[in-house]
Design a protein around this ligand. Structure first.
Ligand code: G
Ligand code: G
Ligand code: MN
Ligand code: NA
Length: 255
């Protein structure tokens, strides 16, 4: 109730903001894009974790409002970077429930139309949860996004207990390997995690999708991912979630 009221007023006063975490292309050896991560500095409770307040917002029925806000902020930022001569693709997390309801696609369409952002600069990250419930609706919504020219990423891949069969019918441009697999990576003999990542890479590439490894924290993990032929990596080693200005500087940095 209190959280709900605080959140409502934070939304009304534009007190939520975004941090941007770089995605690092392993072939290009440079920052190739970023993920937008929602932040809320509560006046009394300090920095709030989106893993907690986003679900609370959704339960309170704020999902459409919150998502419209996030998409608006992202599109404004993309335009600002374009004005500086930078074309930076931004990935946005959208909750499975909102996505399956079909509302998310409409919000994306509106955000693109009102901002004039080129659709190719927007990517939508979804979890395996979208498969549960109404896979047919999810499929329609994915197709509608692709028709808009927006790309899609399957987030936290490998942790959602979903059937691989869904991948056959639901096309994603990117699979994001969950950080639990990346954490256990070490060089040398094939431990289970490196086999799993190798298999995900083969699966994804066979489906025409790219692979982003999440949660890369050590140079050793990065080296193994490179050896395995992973396309891109994200994690504290390559950059923490940062301000838009810092992200632009990282993007500009020559390889
Ligand atoms: O950035 P951080 O580790 O604090 O994010 C925690 C969780 O919150 C992650 O699962 C992330 O996907 C989710 N999250 C971050 N920003 C958003 C957002 O704008 N919308 C939604 N739906 N989830 C978000
Ligand atoms: O669920 P999703 O993958 O969207 O979650 C993104 C979250 O992961 C963000 O909250 C971000 O802060 C966090 N994150 C990003 N890089 C790392 C990392 O290298 N290690 C850990 N532990 N968390 C990370
Ligand atoms: Mn994500
Ligand atoms: Na993830």
């Amino acid at each position: 109730r209190m959280l709900e009221d605080d959140l409502r007023s934070a939304l009304e006063r534009n007190q939520l903001y975004l941090a941007y975490q770089p995605k690092y292309g392993l072939l290009a050896d440079r920052v190739v894009g970023c993920e937008a991560l929602l932040r809320w500095d509560h006046a009394v409770h300090g920095s709030m974790n989106p893993a907690r307040f986003v679900p609370a917002a959704e339960e309170a029925g704020f999902a459409p409002l919150l998502t419209r806000n996030v998409l608006g902020m992202v599109c404004t930022q993309i335009r600002a970077w374009m004005a500086e001569g930078l074309e930076i693709r931004v990935a946005v997390n959208i909750s499975a429930t909102l996505f399956a309801s079909g509302q998310a696609v409409q919000l994306v369409r509106e955000a693109l139309a009102s901002s004039g952002v080129p659709p190719r600069l927007l990517q939508i990250e979804l979890t395996e949860q979208v498969f549960i419930g109404n896979p047919a609706a999810a499929r329609d919504a994915l197709q509608a996004l692709h028709e808009l020219g927006v790309t899609t990423a399957l987030d936290d891949f490998g942790t959602g207990y979903s059937s691989l069969g869904y991948l056959q019918h639901l096309a994603f441009d990117v699979l994001k390997v969950d950080r639990t697999f990346v954490q256990d990576l070490s060089r040398g003999d094939g431990n289970n995690s490196s086999w799993i990542i190798e298999t995900i890479l083969r699966l994804a590439h066979g489906l025409g999708a790219e692979v982003v490894a999440e949660g890369v924290e050590t140079p050793e993990q990065l080296a193994v991912l490179r050896d395995l032929g992973c396309d891109a990596a994200q994690g504290f080693l390559l950059g923490r979630p940062m301000t838009a200005a810092a992200l632009a500087a990282a993007f500009r940095a020559a390889p």
